[in-house]
Design a protein around this ligand. Structure first.
Ligand SMILES: [Zn+2]
Length: 56
């Protein structure tokens, strides 16, 4: 799994809610991004706290 913003793979964690909501919710510990993977789509739940250049 790779963070769509900072491309980090080291601190990406899968968050599973007990009620089943957002079962694909993932969180990046590096930039704080919270997102859901839905097939090919990436749905941003919480914006990254960092402003990182896409090309970095
Ligand atoms: Zn990140």
């Amino acid at each position: 799994m790779e963070c769509p913003v900072c491309k980090s793979t080291k601190h990406v964690e899968l968050n599973s809610h007990p009620d089943g909501f957002a079962k694909n919710l993932q969180e990046c510990g590096d930039c704080g991004l919270l997102w859901i993977r839905n097939g090919e789509k990436t749905i941003i739940v919480r914006e990254s706290e960092q402003k990182i250049a896409v090309n970095q």
